[in-house]
Design a protein around this ligand. Sequence first.
Ligand code: GLN
Length: 193
Amino acid sequence: MKIGVLALQGDFAEHLAILKRLGAETAAVRLPGQLDELDGLIIPGGESTTIGKLAAHYGLIEPLRRFGQERAIWGTCAGAIFLAKDARRAKEGQPLLGLMDITVERNAFGSQVDSFETDLDVPALCSNGNCAPFHAVFIRAPLIESVQAGARVLASLPDGRIVVAREGRWLATSFHPELTGDDRFHAYFLKMV
Ligand code: GLN
């Protein structure tokens, strides 16, 4: 199984390290031709405006959309924004892949100083009766305001705000699962692939 991580901007190196640890073959993706050989792709956190602009510059937008019609994509934080059909408060002209039927709000928890960590219940990660909470790191994170069509909610904060959603082969997380040493989300994505 070969998994790519979009490596235009953001913390792609951390995702690559976890995937390798889990035994997947990996590729740091910067050009459209690299997509052909992949079974799945992670779009990391970073700055969604920058990721979108660089993706447009390198001719990746349409190839990524085609890739997502057939294969699995997981967007974390900025990557979740880039994957969404609707990103409220997105900068005008900010390129989005527009694949997943979710509405996200950028920077919904406030500015950088309002970043926080919390333990999340994620029933989809339970295995063999082990349902330990997932320690989630939110860095100037987006909120998944609502899910539409075939998208469903996989985890919310205690107040009901949605932070993980899945629609078929697409997964979106508001936070950074690559920063805590807990590789259960990456293992879950490999199973999806
Ligand atoms: N605030 C960033 C954005 O809007 C996302 C932050 C992140 O990926 N940690 O793109």
